[in-house]
Design a protein around this ligand. Structure first.
Ligand code: UD1
Ligand code: MG
Length: 447
């Protein structure tokens, strides 16, 4: 059966105290909405519909940045979760499969859980995802009759007896798409909040003699974000899950609690991550690399055997081939560094290509920016760049060439040549001693 996703993301999120729509706040460097879309995306949905409201343009941009085929519909007024789902009706016209409703502010529902719901739908008409809440608070309560779900009652509308139920509604619903919209048509707003509750479709389905049930999951999966404190807690939950998964997959984390991952961090087995490393978005590390302490990486690729850091910074577009060595206080941006090249100390390499086995001396800088435009530096294979060389781009250093320490290189250097671009050394015998004497005499006269 084909699947379509409906993501509810119209809410303002007042408690976030923010100009940014709630679902665009980030956990592990990705918007909450992207996490929710990603858990559903693993089901290869035929269609994905995001119901936006507050900050709809920003929400549309984020949704389509993750999935350019996602449709975004706008719910002008937030009249309740059933009304929100109703906005997806046209976008799903003609769709014959299963619709799954997800919340954009609930990032951690696991794909396996959604698969379990799809399974349960084979013998039911509506399936709801429930969880046993440690503190059921104001969640909707699932009223079960044996294995059947009889109805869902919202906290505000519940009796004391119903409030004593700890099995709660996560909000995730699976139902055949056309039936879902049929049921929504029958939902009214005669309740404590005067809202159109999606949860009412269960009672309506049962009254029509249809079958409903609940699938349950761990409470961490249904964790929603309503405040900055929730956001921090969600990030912490993500990080502890990511660390455990990395360890499971054969990656050594010397101090797991100090390593910060992004949603899309990929690391190959037998890589060693030292303490206090931060991964921003878009990082791929192949097998057997070492990322030493206090390094910061984003948008980069480190091939097998690379040794990065300590205190290295890899920025977007850093492409490191096998066995590259990037040492302390080195920043690399938009640069391809070929096999076995070394940039070991205190350098900036930006908008550059570096050939295999080149050695870049301490303090070397590619001067890539002229104040208006960026320019490229090429360093050939086996080149030796002397310490503190300024490479004023655009500039091309041939294979096997050398630059003298302290050079400011403004023209191309041909292969195998030595380029020196610094003031020649002048030596004045005895002059240092004379200067000292002069200065000391001056000091004595002064005191
Ligand atoms: C809802 C459920 C409740 C469940 C809880 C789980 C209903 C009536 N209640 O309550 O049973 O325990 O979630 O967190 O469904 N939204 C829109 N448009 C609207 C209203 C809501 O897009 O008109 C979105 C919100 O942005 C949010 C989600 O739907 O992402 C849930 O809405 P919210 O108002 O948080 O519902 P709850 O009262 O928490
Ligand atoms: Mg809520």
């Amino acid at each position: 059966m084909e699947v379509a996703l409906i993501l509810l993301a119209a809410g303002k999120g007042t408690r976030m105290q923010s100009d940014l729509p709630k679902v665009l706040h980030a956990v592990a460097h990705a918007p909450l909405l992207e996490h929710a879309m990603a858990s559903g995306a693993a089901l290869s949905p035929a269609r994905t519909v995001v119901v936006a409201g507050h900050g709809a343009d920003q929400v549309r941009a984020a949704a389509q940045a993750f999935d350019d085929e996602a449709q975004v519909v706008v719910q002008e007024e937030q009249l309740g979760t059933a009304h929100a789902v109703g906005q997806a009706r046209e976008a799903l016209a003609g769709f014959e499969g299963t619709a799954i409703v997800l919340y954009g502010d609930t990032p951690f529902v696991q794909t396996e859980t959604l698969e379990k719901m799809c399974d349960a739908l084979k013998s039911n008409d509506v399936v709801v995802l429930g969880f046993d809440a440690a503190d059921p608070a104001r969640y909707g309560r699932l009223v079960m009759q044996g294995d059947s779900l009889d109805r869902i009652v919202e906290y505000k509308d519940a009796t004391d007896k119903e409030r004593a139920i700890t099995l709660c509604n996560s909000g995730v619903v699976a139902c055949k798409s056309d039936l879902l919209f049929d049921l929504i048509d029958a939902v009214g707003n005669d309740n404590a909040s005067e809202e159109y509750y999606l949860t009412d479709i269960i009672g309506i389905a049962r009254d029509r003699g249809l079958k409903a049930t609940a699938v349950t999951c761990d409470e961490v999966e249904t964790m929603g974000v309503n405040s900055r404190a929730d956001l921090a807690a969600a990030d912490a939950a993500f990080q502890s899950r990511a660390r455990a998964a990395m360890l499971e997959d054969g990656i050594t984390l010397m101090a797991p609690d100090t390593v910060y991952f992004a949603r899309d961090t990929y690391i190959g087995r037998d890589t060693v991550i030292e303490p206090n490393v931060v991964f921003g978005p878009g990082v791929t590390i192949e097998s057997g690399a070492t990322i030493r302490a206090f390094s910061h990486l984003e948008g980069c690729h480190v091939a097998r055997g690379g040794i990065i850091g300590p205190y290295a910074r890899l920025r977007p577009g850093a492409e490191l081939s096998e066995d590259v060595r990037i040492g302390n206080f080195v920043e690399v941006k938009n640069a391809q560094i070929a096999e076995g090249a070394k940039v070991n100390h205190l350098s900036y390499i930006g908008d550059a290509t570096i050939g295999a086995k080149a050695n870049i001396g301490a303090g070397t800088i590619t001067c890539n920016y002229d104040g208006v435009m960026k320019h490229h530096t090429h360093i050939g294979a086996n080149a030796f760049i002397g310490s503190n060389t300024m490479l004023v781009a655009p500039v091309h250093i041939g294979d096997g060439a050398m630059t003298g320490s302290g050079s400011v290189i403004t023209s191309d250097v041909e292969a195998d040549a030595l380029a020196l671009a610094r003031a020649p050394q002048v030596e004045k015998p005895g002059m240092a001693r004379k200067l000292f004497e002069m200065l000391k005499a001056k000091q004595q006269r002064g005191s």
